[in-house]
Design a protein around this ligand. Sequence first.
Ligand code: ATP
Length: 253
Amino acid sequence: MKDSQTKLAASGINLWFGSKQVLKNIHVRFEKNKVTALIGPSGCGKSTLLRCFNRMHDLTSDARIEGDFLLDGKNIYDADFPVTQVRRRIGMVFQKPNPFPKSIYENINYGLKINQVPKEQRPRIVENALKESFIWEEVKDDLLRPATRLSGGQQQRLCIARAVALRPEVILMDEPCSALDPISTSKIEELIVKLKENYTIVIVTHNMQQAQRIADKTVFMYLGEIIEENNTMSLFNNPQHELTANYVGGKFG
Ligand SMILES: Nc1ncnc2c1ncn2[C@@H]1O[C@H](COP(=O)(O)OP(=O)(O)OP(=O)(O)O)[C@@H](O)[C@H]1O
């Protein structure tokens, strides 16, 4: 892969929680405007790796991290890269939809306010974010309704709208469909494929069909290591490593 295609990268990553090593010698690059899926059995370190890119272990007192996490070649842990900037440029969507206990409108407006987006620009940005996240038509007549009254799938699209409103460059998604029904899941998948036109997306998923439907590239992890990474179809149809073959073949999970 050419360096110019790399948006996000990790190099020489080792991570410990206390004395337990959870990530081992990770080197990985995520390409611009592509969807990359992180797959692997429970506990292999997918979420831990994803969270590093949003500096979510900063407040975990027993976490120790070695190595470099690079956004456009710049280390996101450098002292001159404020964590607020990191999170503005690298957004995150979680497993369980987590709207604020506020109105639909305010869920998006709030982030704009704290990021000092001029007041007169905010209504248009809220509308565009909702449109971009395929939820505008369902909520446009009732933007002041509490977000917590939306369905789970609508809440997750609202959380994606909240992330895209800040115009991040990367969106990290940690099993964003695991709490959703099949119809909501297919809406989110359609949305993810659309969003990659403008964003670089990294998604943790347990759902192998989902990885094959939406991911350009797939990375297989096992016990804290990257075992294999490839174009999604190659990884699933022609795995190079026995562990990958056994995992994608459903022999363990
Ligand atoms: N804050 C923490 N403190 C201590 N151990 C942790 C912490 N967070 C995660 N771990 C451990 O790190 C390992 C990797 O967890 P992680 O959540 O990254 O795995 P995963 O591959 O995302 O799993 P799953 O698919 O079940 O979500 C696990 O053994 C987990 O118990």
